[in-house]
Design a protein around this ligand. Structure first.
Ligand code: DGI
Length: 152
């Protein structure tokens, strides 16, 4: 399995407003994943229509869009072995009511519409979402010296 798999992780406006940025980044760092891109983004309707294309037209979509535009989002690309699937596990179930304790949403969320974070749900989604949120030149290829202590 590739150690250079990448996923798109976002801390939504509720996570930023509640001061959860360092905790969430810390979980990915401590697990051993490598941060290869990060920025603070004020989302636009156009960007959200593209990112959430599968949800456009659903009843909850306008409210979700307003929430996602209500403040800054921390957009990130994390890299590592199986990071897409493992990242989703670290986030927890979409609805915090169903998220296990110990996951980000299970530890910090109550309502579906305030579920703190986003993570790509497949390698194909990750590739699509990374292109939506980042330009190629915003992604940094670097070697983490600690990798020999993370991977066998
Ligand atoms: O990939 P996820 O974020 O885990 O889940 P998703 O792609 O199915 O949904 C995207 C976001 O949309 C989710 O994080 C919260 C919101 N959402 C999804 N289904 C509903 C919803 N919000 C409301 N209010 N009602 C829904 O049924």
């Amino acid at each position: 399995m590739s150690q250079t798999e990448r996923t798109f992780i976002a801390i939504k406006p509720d996570g930023v407003q509640r001061g959860l940025v360092s905790n969430i980044i810390g979980r990915f760092e401590k697990r051993g994943y490598k941060l290869v891109a990060i920025k603070l983004v004020q989302a636009t309707e156009a960007l959200l229509n593209e990112h959430y294309a599968e949800h456009v037209g659903k009843p909850f979509f306008p409210k979700m869009c307003n929430f996602m535009m209500s403040g800054p989002i921390v957009a990130m690309v994390w890299e590592g072995k199986d990071v897409v699937k493992q990242g989703r596990k670290m986030l927890g179930a979409t609805n915090p009511q169903d998220s296990d304790m110990g996951t980000i949403r299970g530890d910090f969320g109550i309502d579906l519409g305030r579920n703190v974070c986003h993570g790509s749900d497949s390698v194909a989604s990750a590739e699509r979402e990374i292109k939506i949120w980042f330009n190629e030149n915003e992604i940094v290829n670097w070697s983490a010296n600690q990798s020999i202590w993370i991977y066998e």
